[in-house]
Design a binder for this molecule. Structure first.
Ligand code: FAD
Length: 768
């Protein structure tokens, strides 16, 4: 066995084999795969191995397309042909109109990835699959490339090509310990000897947490099976469970079988010949964890694969790109291991994973937040706001107010159209526009950055010089090494006071907590004195927005809040009533607004002070849905909706946040090279000629049957009364006034490019 390699991949199922193969394709040949038994002896050997092209977002569709193309290429290899039934076609069935709406949206989204699904009615479903019953069937989505593959042959073929390129594979070699050296390299200790390596990859299937434990991490992945799901292996897995199945337990799947028999009556006659009952791994949202392991250097994982055969080719491809180039060709947030944070413990993971498995073929509707594992993260206000009839959405585990319901019994329907909440959100926006609104924003990501080198460090991280003036706040963008948009953050310079030394607060999206912490800490140079402390779980924002917000603030805090004393983009420590608070004059709504950051222990007290002060000014609660509508009218962007690693800051319309003649910043040279080529696509604002549905993320924009762009966000603008969307479109289509068609739930709807931020473009309301 080698004593040193660049990468060691642990686990020889589809995840590990695909990663090894793709590392060699990216040009890294000094790579090794270590398997405790034989290749495919975990879950892979008994997989049904259906390979589909259907995905709920463009990244998933794109990676599945890669799998299909790769498997086709491998199956055509005359020296080692593999059994791949390619392109048999498959139907996803729907028995409600709302499911049909969803399929129409997913078909529109897939067009942007050059994948052509067909929406067919029940009669056509029967024509294409004569054995089904059309009882209670409305139609379905036809995936022409649906097929299946021999999982063992597939892995052997991937390994064959990887070996040809120089990779080595050691089977019957259990990894029993992992140790990280100070320089970040790893020692992989196996029963047959040790290998040192630069990078280690955990691809261990249902043994993921055995190997996780060796590096001191717990991954939010659980194993179980079927509708009446049982978790499996929660207290450890028998070491001899190899090439094995669980005992038959057909009673637990009776209801599923009854449904299948009713849909395909011929199954009643054929009977059941054999049962395959094996464990499968799931994560909190059903998508796998593919990418850097949070809090670790030089460590990656490709785990929690629920459809590892269909997706594994693509996941290995995207992971190898991340390892070799730092980032993949698609934005991989939907599979990023850092999208779950501290709440993702074993118990919560099991609850969410079971719920997801039970809903395997029921996609999430817009604004659908399923009940398992809730509430995970709350504040002292959650119950208070629930008593005010707040409806909650989940953001990184936090319960955030979506809107205030007219009654406790109010339950809007799940739909891709505008629903019964439309007028409620309109009223909340109206009150913010005319009076003042109050909204709790919990879990907002907040790091305190201190140390003599803090500003120099941040200057290297942001693509524009950081405003260092005490008492001021600035918005900035972080790029990756390829010059693409990595993150967005506000920097607040809090002056020294009796509460502490002067310090910097770095604020970013709630979901970015682990992502941003890793990115920042990994870029502190060894000789830099910089400390980063997370305050994310210590403080909560009370957002005050509207023309009367200054009056409310003045009524409960003794400071001078005039615009002369506290202009836009200021930060100051103060008291709200008797609660210590830090206030920033920033606005995401386009109205005069203040973010009031309050330590969690005095949150309720501050809330009561604000509510009392607001009584005389018509203050009402508002929620996330109103914020979403207002931020789109104002031209503000949302991380991982509109801010993606697939686009650079100029393509994203962030020109004013880039200073190219600044000394240096991460991504600068790559960005300069990109600039010479010119933008491929640009982010634009669109008005949509439709009053019954918003544009949904991923939907395709067309000109003469050609896809020219993709929606990133869509919402009704209640102050301007227009249906708004953001989209990346081919740069020649980005001119204001350009017209195109939107494939909105299967209908072709006219849209027009309009000026970004059409609401109060002079900023007179924010600056009032
Ligand atoms: C009944 C059933 C039907 C399925 N049907 C489909 C389907 O139709 N389509 C589809 O796409 N997916 C399907 N799946 C899911 C698919 O099989 C899995 O997603 C996939 O096999 C997971 O592959 P993996 O490489 O992540 O894990 P595994 O195949 O379990 O591989 C992990 C490997 O790591 C090794 N390992 C573990 N610990 C160590 C260690 N300490 N040292 C060295 N090696 C170690 C193991 O021995 C194992 O070989 C199905 C699953 C089941 C159970």
């Amino acid at each position: 066995m080698k004593s040193r390699a660049r990468v060691v991949v642990i686990g020889g199922g589809i995840a590990g084999c695909s990663t090894l193969y793709h590392l060699t394709q990216e040009g890294w040949s000094d790579v090794v795969l270590i398997e405790r038994n034989e290749l495919t002896s975990g879950t892979t050997w008994h997989s049904a191995a259906q390979v589909t092209n259907f995905g709920l977002n463009q990244t998933m569709v794109g990676l599945k397309t890669h799998s299909i193309n790769l498997y086709k290429e491998l199956s055509d290899d005359p020296d080692y042909p593999i059994n791949y039934h390619h392109g048999d076609g498959g139907i996803r069935l729907a028995n409600t109109e709302e499911q049909m709406q969803g399929y129409r949206h997913f078909a529109s989204m897939a067009r942007g990835m050059d994948v052509h699904f067909e929406i067919i009615d029940a009669e056509e479903c029967l024509r294409r699959h004569p054995l089904i019953s059309t009882d209670n069937l409305l139609g379905g989505l036809w995936d022409p490339l649906d097929g299946d593959i021999d999982p063992y042959q597939l892995c052997q073929s991937l390994i064959r090509w990887a070996r040809k390129a120089g990779a080595e594979v050691y089977t019957d070699t259990p990894v029993i310990a992992l140790k990280q050296y100070e320089n970040g390299d790893w020692n992989v200790h196996t029963e047959k000897g040790d290998i040192d390596c630069d990078i280690v990859v955990n691809a261990c299937g249902y043994r993921v947490n055995e190997v996780g434990q060796m590096m001191g991490v717990h991954h939010p992945v659980a194993c179980f099976y079927e509708q009446n799901c049982k978790t499996w292996g929660m207290d450890g897995i028998d070491p001899s469970f190899v090439n094995a199945l669980c005992p038959d337990d057909i009673d637990r799947v009776t209801d599923v079988l009854e449904g299948a028999f009713a849909r395909m009556p011929v199954l009643r006659k054929t009977g059941i010949r054999s049962i395959v009952n094996g464990p499968i791994t799931y994560t909190i949202d059903g998508a796998p964890l593919v990418g850097p392991i949070p809090g670790k250097r030089n460590a990656y994982c490709i785990i929690g694969l629920r459809a590892g055969l269909g997706e594994g080719g693509g996941h290995g491809w995207l992971l190898a790109q991340q390892i070799v180039h730092g980032e993949a060709c698609y934005d991989t947030w939907c599979i990023d291991p850092r999208r779950f944070t501290a709440h993702a413990n074993t118990e919560l993971t099991s609850l969410k994973a079971i719920e997801d498995y039970q809903n395997e073929f029921r996609f999430h509707f817009p604004h659908e937040h399923r009940p398992a594992g809730r509430p995970a993260k709350t504040t002292s206000l959650t119950a208070v706001l629930a008593a005010e009839n707040a409806e909650f959405a989940v953001v990184n585990g936090w319960e955030r107010v979506e809107y205030i319901k007219p009654s406790a019994e109010f339950h809007p329907s799940l739909s891709f159209h505008f629903d019964e909440t439309f007028d409620i959100v309109a009223d909340e926006v109206k009150n913010v526009r005319d009076n003042v609104g109050l909204c709790e924003v919990n879990g907002f990501n907040r790091f305190e950055i201190t140390g003599p080198d803090a500003y120099d460090f941040l200057d290297r991280m942001f693509c524009k010089p950081v405003n260092r003036k005490p008492g001021r706040v600035g918005l900035g963008y972080l790029l990756n090494d390829s010059g693409m948009v990595k993150s967005e953050a506000t920097i607040a310079n809090i002056p020294a006071s009796d509460r502490g030394e002067s310090r910097i607060w770095y604020g970013s999206a709630a979901a970015s907590e682990f992502h941003d912490m890793d990115w920042l800490t990994q870029h502190i140079n060894y000789n830099e004195k910089v400390q980063i402390k997370s305050l994310t779980n210590d403080q909560t924002i009370l957002l005050l927005a509207g023309p009367k917000s200054r009056d409310v603030l003045s009524a409960c805090s003794r400071e001078d809040w005039s615009k002369e004393s506290f202009p836009w983009l200021s930060v100051r420590e103060c008291f709200i009533g008797f609660s210590a608070a830090t206030v920033m004059s920033v606005s995401f709504s386009g109205e005069l607004a203040y973010e009031i950051h309050v330590p969690n222990e005095s949150l309720y007290a501050a809330y009561l002070s604000l509510r009392k002060a607001g009584e005389a000014h018509g203050m009402k609660l508002f929620g996330l849905r109103a914020v979403e509508s207002m931020r789109m009218e104002k031209g503000f962007l949302s991380w991982k909706a509109d801010l993606l690693t697939e686009f650079d800051p100029f393509e994203t319309g962030l020109d004013r946040f880039v200073t190219l003649d600044k000394d240096n910043f991460i991504g600068k040279s790559a960005l300069e090279k990109r600039l010479k080529k010119g933008p491929r696509q640009k982010l634009v604002t669109l008005s949509i000629d439709c009053s019954y549905a918003p544009a949904h993320r991923g939907a395709s924009l067309m000109v003469d049957s050609k896809v020219v762009g993709t929606i990133t966000s869509g919402e009704w603008g209640h102050r301007l009364n227009i249906n708004l969307a953001y989209a990346f479109v081919d740069s020649e289509k980005a001119e204001v006034g350009n017209k195109m068609m939107l494939n909105l739930l299967g209908e072709m709807i006219p849209v027009k490019v309009i000026d970004s931020g059409p609401y109060d473009s002079s900023y007179s309301r924010i600056l009032a």
